[in-house]
Design a protein around this ligand. Structure first.
Ligand SMILES: Cc1cc2nc3c(=O)[nH]c(=O)nc-3n(C[C@H](O)[C@H](O)[C@H](O)COP(=O)(O)OP(=O)(O)OC[C@H]3O[C@@H](n4cnc5c(N)ncnc54)[C@H](O)[C@@H]3O)c2cc1C
Length: 375
């Protein structure tokens, strides 16, 4: 057991922290949030400088943490342009990997993962978008909702129904790569979302979109399994986003309290506030340990979905707790400053890639299954 990161990851964290201090200024974060503007220059710079390095998952994890500590909207926008790549990496053909992954790994292209539909995101098996095989093509019809990078991505990994369920609702689903510029494919950018407003989110509408049959990822009918495998990876990165937000809130609380002490107002740092600071700091540290443990299993190709869901749910709830308490501690300065944005961003962590309720169902189902099998 060793709690120290190897030197290359310590360096990656420091590089990301320095980059965030220089490139994610609070005044810019306010503008990108208010205008719901995607920071593409920041994203490109992060790739050019090697801050975003998808060849090293630990480096990605600590980088996401440090960028979200500065600002979640900009931090996520700069690191999420490969969202869904693991589905191609794990299940795609060599040809698909060559065609699609190279350009996103260098930051030249942007991709997205399109699963959720307007009928509800938690019920993945209930998706209605269809892909009917006609000769050497799939004809895709339907729509997707709340898709990150939706109106800026070059292509999407999309979950579609390729055949009727044979009694089991999650059967008959497949994943295909759908390129964004195909005729019949419309994207409507969504605005007015609560948090992470610098990220791009869109509705996708597909009307008789012809996709080459060669774009099917892996085996037909295995899509549900591929997406669940993907979520067990991506949830570790969402936990890192949440830790970044919670740590960012703690930084701002400590800076506020430090300023009070410096200006001779220490008596305002009541015992209640001290207890809150201790509680937030402890939860942030506990979130980190849980996330790093889940990531350690994951990055050694021994994923532990129970741990990953625990990390995602706990870190998200810690982000919400830390940002809410930060507003209470800092009062007017927090509500009118950056902490109100942190508070809005934190709530998204409890929703995307599995709501906290869904994570808790996964945790308890896995534990109960083990118990019923006598483990
Ligand atoms: C900013 C943003 C970006 C997103 N990006 C993407 C993306 O790139 N790709 C993508 O595919 N999706 C994306 N999503 C969608 C996201 O994954 C869904 O919002 C999420 O899965 C929840 O689905 P829903 O919002 O439809 O809520 P619902 O599934 O309708 O759930 C509503 C409520 O009911 C609860 N609930 C649902 N089912 C159960 C159950 N069985 N037991 C107990 N409680 C339950 C939920 O916990 C929640 O509280 C994004 C969402 C947001 C907000």
């Amino acid at each position: 057991m060793d709690f120290d990161f190897p030197e290359d990851i310590v360096i990656a964290r420091q590089k990301a922290s320095d980059f965030a201090k220089k490139e994610i200024k609070p005044e810019d974060a306010r503008v990108y949030d208010k205008q719901e503007k995607f920071p593409d220059d920041l994203r490109k710079k992060a790739f050019e400088l090697g801050i975003v390095d998808y060849t090293n998952p630990w480096s990605m994890l600590v980088t996401i943490e440090e960028l979200c500590r500065a600002d979640a909207g900009m931090g996520i926008a700069a690191t999420v342009s490969l969202f869904g790549a693991e589905v191609i990496m794990l299940f795609g053909s060599d040809e698909q990997k060559q065609k699609y992954l190279g350009s996103v790994q260098t930051g030249k292209k942007i991709m997205g993962l399109a699963v959720t539909e307007s009928g509800g995101g938690s019920d993945v098996a209930g998706i209605k978008t269809t892909a009917k095989r006609e000769g050497d093509k799939f004809i895709v019809n339907g729509s997707k909702m709340f898709i990150t990078n939706g109106s800026i991505a070059d292509f999407f990994v999309m979950l579609v129904r390729t055949s009727s369920p044979d009694g089991k609702r999650h059967h008959g689903l497949s994943t295909i790569v759908v390129e964004a510029d195909l005729p019949g494919f419309t994207k409507n950018k969504l605005s007015g979302k609560l948090g992470v407003r610098a990220t791009n989110t869109a509705e996708l509408i597909l009307s008789n979109v012809e996709v080459p049959a060669g774009n099917l990822i892996g085996e037909e009918g295995k899509g549900f399994y591929y997406i669940m495998t993907f979520f067990n990876i991506s949830r570790a990165y969402v936990a890192a986003q949440a830790i970044g937000i919670a740590q960012g809130a703690l930084d701002r609380i400590l800076s506020h309290l430090g300023n009070l002490a410096k200006s001779g107002r220490s008596e305002e740092i009541t015992e209640e506030i001290q207890f809150l600071v201790a509680d937030i700091a402890t939860r942030v540290e506990a979130s980190r340990l849980l996330t790093y443990k889940a990531a350690s299993f994951l990055f050694q190709f021994k994923p532990n979905p129970t741990l990953t869901s625990m990390a995602k749910a706990y870190a998200s709830e810690t982000a919400v707790f830390a940002t809410e308490k930060a507003l209470e501690i800092t009062g007017v300065s927090g509500i009118t400053g950056d902490l109100e944005r942190f508070f809005r961003d934190a709530k998204i962590m409890e929703i995307w890639e599995g709501t906290s309720e869904i994570e808790k169902l996964i945790i308890s189902r896995n534990l109960l299954k083990e118990a019923s099998e006598g483990n």
